[in-house]
Design a protein around this ligand. Structure first.
Ligand SMILES: *Cc1c(COP(=O)(O)O)cnc(C)c1O
Length: 440
């Protein structure tokens, strides 16, 4: 072999060594034989604890939280509230029927109503926008940043003399930039509501999400961390806000148990709704709450492994994490330069049987037709009859950055009960696919 041939041979060998494994989408062998499925969290932990709580309610024939047969009041919801407040490091917790009901209750506690403006992220769940409109107030969208949460820098430009509240949403397990948001709120004398529906169990700089804003909410619906199928909670440290929340969720009245908890009465009866939690729900949620840390610890550990085993990939970009320690890690999101690359990544991951999806579980609200066209239950709805309400424009032009960011990220959803080899597959698929897509 002459020198020339030798060099050609060596180059060919090097090229072979550097040849990336053939992607399954191009006919290669997939990382897994069967698709990796993430599924629901809390309900996959149902067991004898939840069954025993439900049995108690049946045996004692006490499904209603305030009274029933027997001298002592039923205590499932009351105990859930006590333990939930302790877990979230707040003074008070109120169980309600859903996260949406919790949002309406928190808004009513704050006295949000016609003439008021509320700032919320353009990417969140429908309940946020709806709760503001149902209160008669005006929703004002702010853009998200690459954390998928409301961009603190965009909040300030949306503040007017009518702004009363910033609705912060900790989306998909990822705490928002609370330090920056609380600073803006303080500067402009605004209230803060944390919507923790998608991040039950997450924390921000060591504090549970929901312990920082003025009044904060959680959902306990099946898609959230712990669940009774439906359910929600409102937490606060402020006795007046708790009293008003308790009243609003129960036709405007204050029941003895909460009056006793508060020590004194600060407000009076008003027109409220009826969002009381049943003892069945309270019992299941009590059992679930006692498993919350186990669930969060497991999924966090999986997410850490994926981050740590992929962060050396050239050019890799994760969703921005304002507090990596506090994130739950329910989905590991990767960013791409273009929407086309992001879509190719998703197709390739699907073929590897480790599916990746664009950000889900929320909606880009300004482009929903009912939002853009301001459809309400009555044409004279106060949200949109003021000059400001008539002139505000939603739609794609109101949130270009949100649309762009969400089109360029895709992630792999993790489940706390994934096996170690499931997590290995996630790492292997990302390591195999990501570099080829970014390069290609
Ligand atoms: C799920 C969700 C809600 C509403 O909770 P429900 O219990 O379904 O009413 C509110 N906000 C966000 C961000 C959510 O994801």
């Amino acid at each position: 072999m002459n020198r020339r041939n030798f060099i050609a041979g060596a180059a060919a060998a090097a090229a072979t060594a550097a040849t990336p494994p053939r992607l399954a989408v191009e006919g290669g062998k997939p990382v897994r034989e069967t698709p990796l499925n993430s599924g629901f969290y809390g309900s996959s932990y149902y067991g004898s604890e939840e069954a025993s709580e439900l049995n108690d309610v049946i045996k004692t024939q006490r499904p209603f939280r305030w009274y029933g047969p027997g001298k002592e009041p039923p205590m499932k919801v009351a105990t859930f509230e006590k333990e939930f407040a302790r877990r979230m490091q707040t003074r008070y917790a109120l169980g309600v029927t859903s996260g949406s009901a919790a949002l309406q209750t928190a808004g009513a506690a704050l006295g949000i109503g016609p003439g008021d403006e509320v700032i919320l992220p353009a990417w969140t769940w429908h309940s946020c926008f709806n709760a503001i409109v149902l209160a008669g107030a005006l929703p004002v969208f702010a853009e998200i940043d690459e954390s998928f949460n409301i961009d603190p820098k965009d909040i300030e430009s949306k503040i007017t003399p009518q702004t009363k509240l910033i609705m912060v949403v900790h989306l998909q397990g990822n705490p928002a930039d609370m330090d920056a948001i609380m600073e803006i709120a303080g500067k402009h004398h605004l209230r803060v509501l944390e919507d923790c529906a998608q991040s039950v169990g997450a924390s921000y700089k060591g504090k549970p999400v929901g312990s920082i804003g003025d009044i904060n909410i959680y959902s306990l619906q099946i898609n959230k961390t712990i669940t009774a199928g439906e359910g929600g909670a409102v937490v606060t440290n402020d006795p007046l806000l708790f009293e008003r929340a308790s009243r609003y969720h129960d036709l405007g009245t204050l029941r003895h148990l909460h009056e006793h908890l508060l020590g004194s009465v600060r407000d009076q009866n008003f027109v409220g709704s009826q969002f009381r939690m049943s003892e069945f729900t309270g019992g299941v949620l009590l059992a679930q709450l006692r498993k919350l840390d186990e669930i969060v610890t497991a999924v966090r550990r999986h997410a850490r492994r994926v981050y740590d085993a992929t962060r050396d990939l050239p050019g890799i970009r994760f969703r921005r994490l304002p507090d990596p320690e506090g994130e739950i890690g329910s989905t590991v999101f990767l960013g791409f330069g273009t929407k086309a690359k992001c879509e190719r990544f998703q197709a390739a991951m699907k073929a590897e049987n480790v599916p990746a999806h664009g950000p889900g579980g929320s909606a880009i609200l300004p482009i929903q037709p009912y939002v853009e066209e301001k459809h309400t239950v009555h044409p004279a709805w106060p949200s949109f009859t003021s000059e400001r309400g008539r002139s505000i424009q939603y739609g794609a032009a109101s949130c270009p950055r949100t649309l762009d960011i969400l089109s360029r990220f895709a992630g792999v959803a993790l489940h706390p009960k994934f096996s170690s080899s499931d997590v290995d597959d996630v790492v292997a698929a990302i390591r195999k696919v990501y570099p080829q897509i970014v390069r290609g």
